[in-house]
Design a protein around this ligand. Structure first.
Ligand code: ADP
Ligand code: ASP
Ligand code: MG
Length: 815
């Protein structure tokens, strides 16, 4: 025989009750199952609210009417008119009783735990009575059972303790007389020896099912809910959570104890003792085979089974010399709290014995504080103990699994995932069973933390990078195209998912917690976007508080730079093709790097020099491996290369510049290329990466432009001046041609000094052969002395630059 328990959502509407009936009708049960039901979804909370309103002298009539409507609606939808009346009448009787009790609370302005339980009991009684009548259309022998009389408990209202022996006998006796019926039993409610209604604690219907299962030696206890069984994490927090096929009783117990609400922790006890399997199934997806909780589970390859969390927790910290070496101090503390019914969720003690930190539900915090102040009054007055304080706004995250015991490095992985994402840990506890490690952290970090930890432990799942992009010019647009195109490959071959969560240009910005569809990001931005505001964009990005976050700057503007430090300090990696940041004051360059290092995130800027060419990375590898850079020579202006390579025949210099701009090779303002400023920035960044603390003024730039061109005040005027000075450029060209040389604008770092000069080189020079917009760089080092290490290739253009940004993003994902 099986016990089938259906939770609140499974009896929450006419539609779900139909699904439930279907499950009963199609179920192939050799014997009648026993059906245990919860209150309709949301009703228990509503009853609590009404009780509180009544106590405060507020109106509750309207809410009560809503509860009535909720039930009546189901009856009208699922019963023929002729069968409705008797059920409506019975419901009305229950609701009238409830109203009388609420009225009494209202009159007295007093709400005891006992009365609260009585009020709550109407939720299960109404739903179960109603569903049993609906079932009679299909099962003539359906019988409604108010189970409160069969489960006997102590007087601990709100969370009563079951008298197992008595209860099992009562259930067995009852069943012996009714085993030919299809029983519909109220979950959650019970009674004490005086016959007063008690409850088994929130979520307690699961427990009712297990109590019945154990009493009657059921074959299986089926918990029907609204998700595919127990998942690796709460699916509302972690989108990638997946269903677990199997758990041991201990694992299920620990996961639910630390917040996996899908099953109520005490449920496991009767099932464990009688070795009855529990299976969690989905009312709304009957094909899901279920999560089995049982003995002798198969070996699992997962390092941990799941991550659960308790949203709201408070901690108290007790410290002082009075605790040192005092045997029994913590015993005294915790037995006092337990005696007074304060449930301690977890405890950590420092090894010096100087302090004990423990966590309780926020509702218990002040009570715990008062109890401590009373119990330890003398020690506190004598200053042997510090007065404890309550700290709120915290959450618990726990990882659970029996494999933890056998797998080293689990806690390392946990802490590094949290650390990398800037999650500060307040306290740590490892259960003595070693089946769980739990940490206390700030509530505002919880969702990020659970996602980061999930990513860290289920490596064979896709890791998600949450990307926020500034700039939708050439590079930004191309990056989105590349991302969109490459997504399936990344998912398949790199287990990586890049989600664009926010995008902004100077006009509009748009952020979306679900991610932005790259097929139509432009329409989305234009239609749904709000007025751009960089500070606001960053604030929103930070408040989304996502794991594995990357801020991408695809602009050439000063504005974003101001925010880099703040972004890095918020544990968000930065990828930038914007050179302005790294080439401004040296102190700022150092501060970026320091912030990234300190907060365990990345600051990548490969495209600052040579677009997608691996220049920065090569230099870094040389330095890391202990090589010393003696000289760097480079042509790093793809734009100027392009211009010199195409300044041939009778074309005007200005025409070639215009062409380069049209092809996207220049900076947004071509003057930044031609006045050597862009080149200077690149050389400065290289010099700094090579270990020299240089400033802009330390770079000697020989201009290739006549003074009038440099003085132009706008782009248009600049082009005009280039035309006016056509002869200057013509001369340069002819002079070079005369001696079989070519014009090259070359940067050099040597002896800690940087210079950029216009040179004419012949075919013996390694930089003579250079086509299109190519960059070339040669590193002469201690190891590459005779033949320098040369990197050469296309060093400008949106396609290669976006690809470089892309590679930086992917490299963050590889960490
Ligand atoms: P019922 O009303 O059926 O008893 P509950 O609301 O009590 O259902 O429990 C089911 C809910 O538990 C799910 O909808 C889900 O949001 C939440 N939940 C939290 N953690 C987990 C987890 N690890 N696996 C599955 N569900 C979880
Ligand atoms: N209805 C009760 C609650 O909401 C019991 C349950 O659903 O399991 O807590
Ligand atoms: Mg539940």
């Amino acid at each position: 025989m099986n016990i089938l328990k259906f939770g609140g959502t499974s009896v929450g509407s006419a539609q779900s009750i139909s699904a439930l009936m279907d499950i009963l009708i199609k179920g192939k049960h050799a014997e009648h199952p026993i059906v245990v039901l919860s209150a309709m979804g949301g009703v228990t909370n509503t009853l609590l609210d009404m009780a509180e309103s009544a106590r405060k002298g507020e109106d509750y009539a309207e809410t009560l009417k809503k509860v009535e409507d909720k039930h009546f609606e189901v009856i009208r939808a699922l019963l023929p008119a002729s069968a409705q009346n008797p059920v409506l009448t019975k419901l009305k009787i229950y609701l009238n009783e409830l109203e009388d009790i609420l009225q009494a609370v209202y009159n007295l302005k007093e709400l005891s735990l006992q009365t609260k339980d009585l009020i709550l009991s109407y939720g299960e009684r109404c739903s179960t009575m109603m569903v049993s009548h609906i079932a009679r259309q299909y099962f003539a022998n359906a019988l409604f059972v108010d189970g409160s009389e069969l489960i006997k408990t102590d007087h601990n209202f709100g969370q009563a303790k079951v008298n197992t022996e008595l209860t099992e006998n009562l259930i067995r006796d009852f069943y012996a007389g009714n085993n030919d019926k299809l029983l519909f039993v109220t979950g959650f409610i019970s009674s004490n020896d005086e016959g007063r209604i008690t409850t088994l604690g929130r979520g307690g219907s699961d427990y009712t099912a297990a109590i019945w299962g154990a009493a009657l030696g059921a074959d299986e206890i089926e918990i029907w809910t609204d998700v595919d069984g127990m998942l690796t994490a709460d699916p509302r927090i972690v989108k990638k959570a997946f269903s677990l096929p199997e758990l041991s009783y201990t694992e299920a117990m620990e996961l639910s104890y630390f917040g996996a609400k899908v099953i109520y922790p005490p449920t496991m006890i009767p099932a464990f003792l009688k070795k009855i399997p529990i299976v969690i199934k989905n009312t709304f997806n009957v094909d899901f085979p279920g999560t089995y909780i049982r003995h002798n589970v198969h070996a699992s390859s997962l390092p941990i089974k799941g991550i659960s969390s308790i949203d709201e927790i408070s901690i108290l910290n007790l410290s002082g010399s009075g605790m040192v070496g005092k045997a029994g101090f913590s015993g005294r503390l915790f037995s006092m709290l337990s005696r007074e019914q304060v449930n301690v969720v977890l405890i950590t003690q420092s090894s010096s014995e100087h302090s004990i930190t423990f966590a309780v539900k926020p509702a218990d915090a002040l009570k715990a504080l008062a109890l401590i102040n009373k119990e330890f009054e003398l020690e506190l007055q004598a200053r042997k103990l510090e007065y404890p304080e309550v700290e709120n706004g915290l959450s618990v995250l726990a990882i659970v699994g029996e494999n933890m015991k056998r797998t080293p490095g689990i806690s390392g992985r946990l802490f590094s995932a949290l650390g990398r994402n800037g999650v500060n840990i307040r306290a740590i506890a490892q259960g003595s069973s070693e089946y769980n490690i739990s940490v206390i952290l700030s509530r505002s970090d919880l969702s990020k933390a659970v996602n980061a930890v999930h990513d860290a432990f289920y490596a064979d799942l896709k890791k998600t990078l949450n990307v926020f992009c500034l700039g939708t010019g050439n590079i930004g647009k191309t990056l989105f195209k590349q991302l969109q195109h490459q997504m399936p490959f990344l998912a398949k071959n790199n287990d990586l998912q890049v989600k664009v969560m926010g995008v902004s240009n100077t006009r509009k910005m748009y952020l979306d917690a679900e991610g932005i569809d790259l097929n139509n990001w432009e329409d989305t931005l234009n239609e749904k976007g709000e007025q751009a505001d960089l500070a606001e964009f960053i604030k929103k990005m930070k408040s989304m508080n996502l794991a594995n976050c990357v801020f991408v700057d695809n602009t050439a503007s000063h504005n974003p730079i101001r925010h880099y430090l703040d972004v890095l300090q918020s544990s968000i990696s930065v990828v930038t093709c914007n050179k302005i940041g790294n080439s401004a004051e040296y102190d700022q360059y150092v501060a970026f790097k320091e912030a990234a290092r300190k907060h365990g995130v990345e600051f990548y800027y490969e495209t600052n020099v040579g677009a997608g060419l691996p220049i920065i990375r090569t230099l870094k590898d040389l330095m890391l491996s202990g090589d010393r850079i003696n000289r760097i020579e480079a042509i790093l202006s793809g734009t100027i290369s392009y211009i010199f390579n195409n300044f041939k025949g009778d074309r005007l210099f200005s025409e070639v510049v215009k062409e380069a701009q049209d092809m996207g090779y220049t900076e947004p303002d071509p003057r930044d290329d031609l006045n050597g400023k862009d080149f200077m920035r690149k050389m400065l960044i290289l010099a700094r990466d090579a270990g020299y603390a240089l400033e802009e003024k330390d770079v000697a730039i020989e201009s290739m432009l006549p003074p009038a061109c440099l003085a132009a005040s706008s782009v248009a005027e600049f082009y005009q001046e280039l035309e006016n000075n056509a002869a200057h450029f013509e001369n340069l060209k002819n002079e070079a041609a005369k001696s079989n040389k070519v014009l090259r604008y070359i940067g050099k770092l040597e002896d800690g000094k940087v210079a950029i000069t216009l040179q004419m080189v012949d075919d013996s020079h390694p930089f003579y052969m250079l086509s299109g917009s190519d960059n070339i760089i040669s590193f002469t080092t201690d190891r590459y002395k005779e033949r320098p290490l040369v990197v050469k290739g296309p060093g400008a253009g949106a396609e290669v630059t976006a690809a470089g940004v892309f590679a930086d993003i992917i490299n963050i994902g590889k960490r």
